[in-house]
Design a protein around this ligand. Sequence first.
Ligand code: R5P
Length: 294
Amino acid sequence: MADTDSLKETKDFCLDVPYRHEAFFVKGSTSLDWGMQNRLARIFNPVSGHTVMLAIDHGYFQGPTSGLERVDVNILPLVPYADAVMLTRGILRTTMPSSLGKGIVLRASGGPSILKELSNEQLALDMEDALRLNASAVAVQVFIGGEYETQSIHNLTRLVDAGNRCGVPVLGVTAVGKNMTRDARYFRLACRIAAELGAHFVKTYYVEEDFETVTASCPVPIVMAGGKKLPELDALAMAYKAVSEGAAGVDMGRNIFQSDAPEAMIQAVNKVVHEGMKPAEAHELFLTLRSEKK
Ligand code: R5P
């Protein structure tokens, strides 16, 4: 029983101070429940409002991708420089230390390998397991215009329903078929559909023309997908432009782990996304860090 002998009289009610109320900083998330917001704040940095997500989930459809052959050797040293890691539950359980201290975005869809029709995905993760793994969010591919468009949208909506029940945000990933045009018109369509159907944030590609219309017409944050490996300066410039044009950060894989100096590259990306460092300066930083490492 609590000791009640010398209870202090309550007196300091700060009657002249309005009760503190802070609006939540992530776009489109003000009306979400506390747990959902808390999870989003593990992904988006509350100081900059942005995120550097390190995407290493490629193995779920293409096996041991170049740069991901040994996640324990090649990826773990990069994790301290990311806000969140996007990965499968297999790699999380086998390879990531549980003391990680970073946002975890779990791949929740899958099915076909690169040998088959990629849009034929189904949900590949139960929300109960996402909770067991303390995921900060779950990610699902949407194939707008793809052969299995409707099925992929149903994957998203079922995951959003499950996520809303448990307070777990859902990342909608816009996947583009090989023969589709990657332009702002397409990405406006795909991102808006994902957000309208409940995605709490959306991952999409950068386009040179009118990218700001993609971010402006999407009511939730957009994180820029990295895509195929580019020269480092080009990748840094793409990240800079995406954030300047309204993206809330990046979710980059190959442009980081396929660099010849991944640790230097992720640090340079971090400066661009969180501090608005210009691409040329960030590239200088990359070169310096790379030569120090050598
Ligand atoms: C793409 O659809 C998956 O989410 C990828 O496995 C990954 O996230 C892509 O990252 P990046 O294009 O930057 O290598």
